[in-house]
Design a protein around this ligand. Structure first.
Ligand code: FPP
Length: 250
């Protein structure tokens, strides 16, 4: 199956073909990218943030509806203080400039994760950006911040147990749909395509529940070097996969 029907019009993607509705990316390889250049790790993260900005615009332009970016995991607090601070500074900068950077793109920003542990400043910026972009109807950029799937699932189970105990829900009615409604992603469709660059082949506590039937795309490229050509390749590969969702060929 061909993705590029003709010379790039609509940015090289034939929107009539089956595009993934939701792409999720694990932005891995920033540290190695910096180390190879003799730069501090934070320089890799800055370049990684630039890659994300480019990818967001590209996804919006070709008609992807959701892009989830794993920006900071519940385990990333274990990194050296200097690196955590650099990541938080980048996030703050990204959020502060978001509307200006994305002006005219109709992009909506959402955040998933336990944001309560982030600084008040970052929480305020998240609230502002989410409210200010809430009416936008283009790409939904979902930023996973202090996100961890196990934590998300345990928290959902605990709240379901409390709601059942207090009579707010009937324990007999707990099913996949109800469980999903207790997750951060309750209003977000499951990812169709999960992209992990940098030569690692694992999920690292990212969207464990939601990616049950996702297609995975791996590459050795380091995240700061990820280009729109890699994106197109991942989409083309996705279009050639045969998704059966546990059933028979469709
Ligand atoms: C993993 O690469 C990357 C991260 C832990 C952070 C990702 C964050 C950004 C790209 C920038 C901030 C995001 C926004 C939304 C502005 P790594 O450092 O573990 O790479 P390595 O495996 O090569 O060391």
């Amino acid at each position: 199956m061909q993705l590029f029907k003709r010379k790039p019009k609509n940015h090289g993607v034939d929107a009539d073909r089956k595009l993934p509705v939701h792409i999720a990316v694990i932005m891995d390889g920033n540290g190695r990218w910096a180390a190879r250049r003799g730069l501090p790790r934070k320089a890799g993260h800055r370049e990684g943030a630039n890659t994300l900005k480019r990818l967001v615009k590209e996804c919006n332009a070709i008609g992807i509806k959701y892009l989830t970016a794993y920006a900071f995991s519940t385990e990333n607090w274990n990194r050296p203080r200097e690196e955590v601070d650099a990541l938080m500074d980048l996030l703050l900068e990204f959020l502060r400039n978001a509307e200006k950077e994305l002006a005219g793109t109709n992009i909506r920003i959402l955040v998933i994760g336990d944001t309560g542990r982030l600084s008040d400043e970052i929480q305020k910026e998240i609230e502002r950006v989410v409210v200010n972009t809430s009416v936008n109807t283009g790409l939904n950029l979902v930023i996973a911040l202090n996100y961890g799937s196990r934590c998300e699932i345990v928290s959902a189970a605990a709240r379901i147990a409390r709601d059942a105990r207090d009579g707010r829900i009937d324990p007999e009615k707990v099913d996949e749909r109800l469980f999903s409604s207790y997750l951060y992603t309750r209003e977000i469709p499951d990812p169709d395509l999960v992209i992990r660059p940098s030569g690692e082949y694992r999920l690292s506590n990212f969207l464990l529940w939601q990616s049950s039937y996702s297609e995975f795309w791996f590459s050795d490229v380091l995240w700061p070097d990820f280009t729109k050509e890699h994106l197109y390749q991942a989409i083309r590969d996705f279009q050639n996969r045969n998704r059966r969702f546990g059933g028979l060929q469709r």
